[in-house]
Design a protein around this ligand. Structure first.
Ligand SMILES: C[S@@+](CC[C@H](N)C(=O)[O-])C[C@H]1O[C@@H](n2cnc3c(N)ncnc32)[C@H](O)[C@@H]1O
Length: 179
């Protein structure tokens, strides 16, 4: 699944802090695993609409049990356009990503982004993470370039050293209008 161990509280807090979520927003989480980010998202933002895409049927079942407030979908994130209307998703304000970007080649990363980005509001923010050690694999640079092609502003947080392994948050905002 790409994670060495589920993300810790420090990374979950950093992810949620950088997402800058407001009451009433439509939030979509991608690749929730056992729910480290989901737990923090809902604890800090009880009044959001949260839909979680987790492609593992077993993990999705656990998320449904642990987070009845969230709408949990056991499908790959790439399928969002096919099911958005049925899920009541017309627009997305915040995307919180736990997907294993660094394990994927460019075409898969682009396919996920191109499924999500058309739903984003102009002020939307997308936050995701990479492990510090995965920078040397070169795929962080690929993810960053793909994000920069789609967002006006793409920045990194300081590393969250308390996470095992240490990770940093990628923050993207300002969706580019694409012709
Ligand atoms: C790196 S783990 C992260 C889990 C959790 N967010 C965390 O940080 O502890 C990645 C998760 O993404 C899920 N996943 C992988 N590809 C996916 C996809 N295309 N759509 C939705 N979920 C996916 C995996 O099943 C796994 O649970």
């Amino acid at each position: 699944m790409g994670a060495i161990v589920p993300s810790g509280k420090a990374l979950a807090r950093a992810i949620v802090a950088h997402a800058q979520i407001s009451e009433g927003q439509v939030v979509v989480e991608l690749g929730a695993g056992s729910g480290s980010f989901t737990r923090e998202l809902l604890a800090q933002n009880p009044k959001i609409s949260l839909t979680v895409f987790e492609m593992s049927v077993d993990l999705a079942a656990g998320l449904r049990r642990d987070f009845p407030r969230a709408q949990v979908v056991a499908l790959p994130a790439e399928d969002l356009p096919k099911v958005a209307a049925a899920l009541g998703i017309l627009r997305i304000d915040r995307v919180v990503g736990g997907l294993p970007w660094a394990l994927w080649g460019e075409s898969r990363q682009a396919a996920v982004l191109d499924a999500i980005v058309p739903f984003l509001t102009p002020q939307a923010r997308m936050v995701t993470f990479h492990y510090v050690h995965s920078r040397s694999l070169g795929r962080v640079a690929t993810t960053r370039r793909l994000l920069q092609e789609r967002f006006e502003q793409v920045t990194y947080s300081e590393p969250v050293w308390a996470n095992v392994p240490p990770a940093f948050v990628h923050i993207s905002q300002g969706v580019k209008i694409r012709g």
